[in-house]
Ligand binder design. Structure first.
Ligand SMILES: OC[C@H]1O[C@H](O[C@H]2O[C@H](CO)[C@@H](O)[C@H](O)[C@H]2O)[C@H](O)[C@@H](O)[C@@H]1O
Length: 481
C-alpha cells in the first residue's frame, strides 16, 4: 500500500483537531438517536442510516421524544420490530414526503433543435429517454416545510429543484453542475435558472452553498461550481439579470473558500508566497446521515481527539464530493488514515480559479471594472500557485500536495518536491478543463500523452484512481474506489 512521507505523521500526543464547528439542530440530534435504535432493532441488512434523518415529524419534537423514551427496550437498546414500526408510523412522515412532484414548466418531449448532430435513430431514441428523466427528477419543497420548518430536516428553497434521485431526496451542490449542463442540452432554461436561484439563496442565507439542502449539511459545502453554472446559462441565454443577481453571491462564496480554515499559505522553492485552498468541513462528529457507519469506523481509534479528527476528515471528504477515495488516505489499506485536511487538492483550486475567471467576465458584463481588475489579479496569483505547487513536469500532471497536519491558515508551509502526491488520480487532469491551461498547446500535448498512458482510461469511462482498495462500507452499500 502507498504511504506518505514520514514528516506527515500525526503528533504522538495532543488534540490535533482544529477548526470551527457549526452547531446542529435538536431535530437532527434526535433523528440520529432514532437511527441508532433502528439499527439495533432491524439489524445491518439493507440498513440505510440516511432514511432516518430524512424523516419529518407529525407532532412537536418534545412529544415525540417523550414517546421515544417510553418505548420498551432490551439490554442492547433494541425495540421489538412491531413496537418500533408502530412508533415510526404514528409519529413520522415518510422520508421524501416533504418534497413534492413539480411538473417542469419548460419540458417538451422533443425540444426544437435537440442534439442536431445525433442522427442514428437508436442513439436518438436513447437520448430522448434520458431527456425525459427530467420529469422524474423535478420537485418542489412542500408547503408543510414552509409552515413548520422545525418539523423537517429538508430546507426550504424558493424555486423548483432537480434531485439526483434514489436515496438522494434533496438538492446537491456539485450534482447541479451536471444537471444544468444536461438541462441546457434539453433547452430547459427556466428550470436551469431556478436551480441557480436556489443555490444563490443558500449563499444569501448561510454564506456558502451547502453540500445539500438539508439541516445536516449546513457544516460544509461541495466543489464550488456555481460560477460555471451561471456562466454557462448566461452564454446560452444572455440573461443579464441572472448575472447581476449571481455576482454578489459569488463574491461571498469566493470569500468563504479563501478565508479561515479553507486557506493555506505555501512558499515555493524560489521564495515566492502563494495562497491555495483546501476542503475543511466545520464538523468533528459523525455525519448524521451516516452516523452509525462513521461510529463503527471510529471505534478502531483509541482516544476522543483521534475520533474527532477522524470525523472531521470524513465530513471534509464529503465536502470534496469524492466520498470516498484512496486519494485521501495516508495508508490505502487503512480507512482510519483519512487525511484530506492535510492535502491541497488540484481540482478544488482549479474550480476556484475558474470561479475567479468567471467573476472577471461577469463583472465586465455588468460594467464593474474594479471587481474585474481585482479578480484578474487573484486569478493570475492562483495560476502561478498552481504552476509552482502542483505541476510536475516529469509526470505531465498536476499533483495534489501534502501539507503538515494541523496547519492553520496563518502558517506558511515551505514547498518540497517530496510532498507532491505522485499517485495518479482523475483529478490530476482537471486543469485541462479550463481555457487557461487547454490553450497552451505544449502543455496539452504533454498532458494528453500522460493521460493516455495513465491507466485511468477504461472502456466505459475514467477511473478515479489506480488503486483497487477493495470496498468501503457506506450507507449500507459498497463503493469501489
Ligand atoms: O449524488 C449526491 C452526492 O452523493 C454522494 O455523497 C452524499 O452522500 C454522502 C452519504 O450519504 C454524504 O455524506 C455526502 O455529504 C453527500 O454529498 C457523493 O459522494 C457526492 O459526490 C454526490 O454529490
Amino acid at each position: 500500500s502507498e504511504t506518505v512521507p514520514k514528516v506527515m505523521s500525526k503528533p504522538a500526543t495532543g488534540n490535533f483537531d482544529i477548526g470551527p464547528v457549526v452547531p446542529t439542530t435538536p431535530l437532527v440530534t434526535f433523528l440520529e438517536r432514532v437511527q441508532e435504535s433502528a439499527l439495533a432493532t432491524f439489524g445491518q441488512k439493507d440498513f440505510d442510516p440516511k432514511l432516518y434523518v430524512d424523516l419529518s415529524l407529525k407532532f412537536d419534537l418534545s412529544a415525540i421524544v417523550t414517546a421515544f423514551h417510553k418505548l420498551p427496550r432490551n439490554a442492547t437498546g433494541s425495540v421489538s420490530i412491531p413496537d418500533f414500526k408502530e412508533f415510526m408510523h404514528e409519529y413520522f412522515d415518510g422520508a421524501g414526503n416533504d418534497l413534492v412532484y413539480a411538473e417542469p414548466p419548460d419540458f417538451v418531449p422533443e425540444p426544437d433543435g435537440f442534439l442536431p448532430k445525433v442522427k442514428n435513430p437508436q442513439v436518438r431514441a436513447w437520448a430522448l429517454e434520458v431527456h425525459a428523466l427530467w420529469k422524474n427528477l423535478s420537485r418542489r419543497v412542500s408547503c408543510s416545510v414552509l409552515d413548520r420548518p422545525e418539523f423537517h430536516t429538508l430546507l426550504p428553497l424558493p424555486g423548483p429543484v432537480v434531485i439526483p434521485g434514489s436515496r438522494f431526496r434533496e438538492v446537491y451542490y456539485w450534482d447541479s453542475y451536471w444537471v444544468i449542463r444536461g438541462l441546457l442540452v434539453s433547452k430547459m432554461y427556466k428550470t436551469a435558472k431556478a436551480i441557480v436561484t436556489n443555490l444563490i439563496y443558500l449563499i444569501d442565507t448561510y454564506g456558502y452553498v451547502l453540500n445539500g439542502a438539508r439541516a445536516y449539511y449546513t457544516n460544509r459545502s461541495q466543489p464550488p461550481l456555481l460560477s460555471a453554472m451561471v456562466y454557462d446559462i448566461y452564454n446560452r441565454t444572455g440573461d443579464l439579470d441572472l448575472v447581476k443577481k449571481a455576482l454578489p453571491a459569488l463574491l461571498k462564496e469566493h470569500q468563504f473558500w479563501n478565508s479561515g480554515i479553507h486557506k493555506v499559505n505555501v512558499q515555493d522553492d524560489r521564495g515566492r508566497n502563494h495562497t491555495l485552498s483546501r476542503y475543511y468541513a466545520m464538523w468533528n462528529k459523525p455525519r448524521p446521515e451516516s452516523s452509525t457507519i462513521d461510529k463503527a469506523h471510529a471505534s478502531k481509534l483509541l482516544n476522543a481527539s483521534e475520533k474527532e479528527q477522524f470525523y472531521r476528515e470524513l465530513a471534509s471528504i464529503a465536502e470534496s464530493g469524492w466520498d470516498f477515495s484512496t486519494r485521501w488516505m495516508r495508508n490505502t489499506s487503512d480507512f482510519t488514515t483519512l487525511a484530506i485536511t492535510s492535502i491541497l487538492p488540484v481540482d478544488l483550486n482549479i474550480f476556484i480559479l475558474k470561479m475567479e475567471l468567471d467573476i472577471v467576465s461577469m463583472a465586465q458584463i455588468v460594467g464593474d471594472n474594479k471587481t474585474a481588475e481585482s479578480f484578474l489579479k487573484a486569478a493570475q496569483a492562483r495560476k502561478a500557485a498552481i504552476d509552482s505547487v502542483f505541476w510536475n513536469e516529469e509526470n505531465g500532471q498536476w499533483l495534489d500536495y501534502w501539507i503538515s497536519n494541523g496547519t492553520s491558515s496563518q502558517e506558511c508551509q515551505r514547498w518540497k518536491a517530496s510532498n507532491q502526491n505522485n499517485n495518479t488520480f482523475a483529478s490530476n487532469f482537471v486543469p485541462i478543463w479550463i481555457d487557461l491551461f487547454n490553450s497552451d498547446t505544449c502543455i496539452v500535448e504533454k498532458v494528453r500523452k500522460s493521460f493516455q498512458s495513465s491507466g485511468l482510461l477504461g472502456a466505459a469511462g475514467i477511473a478515479t484512481s489506480l488503486t483497487r482498495s477493495g470496498t468501503f462500507l457506506t450507507a449500507g452499500r459498497h463503493f469501489n474506489t
